[in-house]
Design a protein around this ligand. Structure first.
Ligand SMILES: [Zn+2]
Length: 283
């Protein structure tokens, strides 16, 4: 699997000179499987640059296919969708996996985003590509071109957000972008999903101090991410989904503090990275 980061912020884009190094776009990560199947994790504003890059290949000819894994439908995870150039190219196909009680309801959520009050597109049917939907059920697994997908829900403020696990040929990655754990951290079911992941991309929206005053946002701190990585036996923790108000040097400080915390709580062997736009990881 080749993992590429296109947007690493939470909540709202944060462009500007103080966020240039990590980047200001909201959540989007792409995964290319060993067999050449494209998986897109979330559709924040980072997906726009991904889309332009994809137009150079099959997507530019209307022969592209991708699986899109939508953790939940807050703005920072869907806002790039109506600006993703490949969805306007007839012939391209997308299959969206997401959090809803049924596949029809999942389609309805994204259809609502196209409502003329919010968008000139009016309806998904005006996009040239073919888009289909599957509501992810806990404890089901799905075959994405040779990659096994599983998803489970984390608490996220007054709602919930899917975390996804991808397994291919004995290698695994987990994507957990919005995780507002109750006291005590991830549930046993979530730890089972995270267990032994070669790469754990985890919500690290806040410093612990800021998280304590913003519990209603339903997001994790870097300390929560470190604790989850140790509890799950993850091999490499990638901090992700940074608060829009944090400049690059704040994220540098979070990375440094998280390293110390991992060493302190038994995670000395866990590699640590702060996600940044353009970062690529091979698995
Ligand atoms: Zn988010």
């Amino acid at each position: 699997m080749r993992i590429t980061f296109w947007g690493v912020r939470g909540a709202i884009p944060a462009p500007g000179p103080e966020t240039n190094r990590y980047g200001g776009n909201t959540s989007c990560v792409s995964v290319m499987s060993g067999a050449g199947h494209l998986i897109i994790l979330d559709m924040g504003t980072g997906i726009v640059r991904l889309g332009h890059a994809l137009l150079a290949g099959e997507m530019g000819k209307g022969q592209g296919f991708a699986s899109v894994l939508l953790s939940h439908a807050h703005w920072d995870h869907i806002q790039g969708f109506p600006f993703f150039p490949p969805v306007f190219v007839p012939g391209n196909r997308f299959h969206v996996y997401g959090n809803a009680h049924s596949s029809g309801l999942l389609e309805g959520i994204l259809e609502g985003q196209m409502n003329p009050h919010f968008s000139p597109i009016y309806t998904l049917k005006n996009l040239g590509s073919n888009i289909s939907f599957t509501a992810v059920m806990p404890d089901e697994s799905y075959d994405l071109g040779g990659i096994e997908l599983r998803g489970r829900l984390n608490p996220h403020g007054h709602t919930s957000a899917l975390a996804f696990r991808l397994d291919e040929a004995g290698r695994s990655m987990v994507y957990a972008p919005d995780a507002g754990y109750a006291d005590g951290g991830p549930t046993p079911e979530m730890l089972e999903l995270y267990r032994g992941a070669d790469i754990l991309i985890h919500d690290a929206t806040f410093t612990p101090t800021d998280r304590a005053t913003r519990l209603d946002r339903g997001n994790a701190s870097w300390a929560d991410a470190a604790a989850a990585a140790v509890a799950a036996g993850a091999k490499h923790l990638v901090l992700f989904h940074f608060d829009q108000d944090y400049a690059d040097d704040v994220v540098d400080g979070m990375l440094h503090a998280c390293r110390s915390e991992l060493d302190r709580i038994g995670g000395k062997k866990i590699a640590l990275t702060a996600a940044a736009e353009g970062l690529e990881l091979e698995l």
